[in-house]
Design a protein. Structure first.
Length: 87
């Protein structure tokens, strides 16, 4: 059975225009998990990395038709499976 950690990456590792599906919120910080879930970052949702700021932090993503800017420190806790590997 394949290890899902090898097939996934964290949201901050997606490149602009790449699409991913959220696999897990990988954090022991319950406040962070609750905050991310409350704005739509839940397993199974599709998102798109839109861009990074000029200095690389924060990043802008779109999920469920809404755009969010997230710190990389938060995005590192969102595990995704890349959907367009050929991009």
């Amino acid at each position: 059975m394949p290890n899902s950690r090898q097939e996934t990456l964290t949201l901050d590792q997606l490149q602009p225009a790449q699409i991913g599906v959220i696999v897990d919120l990988d954090s022991d910080n319950t406040h962070l998990k609750y905050r991310l879930q409350s704005i739509g970052f839940i397993p199974g949702e599709t998102l798109q990395m839109l861009r990074t700021s000029p200095f690389g932090d924060p990043i802008e993503v779109e999920i469920m038709g809404t755009r969010f800017c997230l710190r990389k420190s938060s995005a590192r806790h969102i595990r995704v499976r890349r959907m367009n590997d050929d991009a």
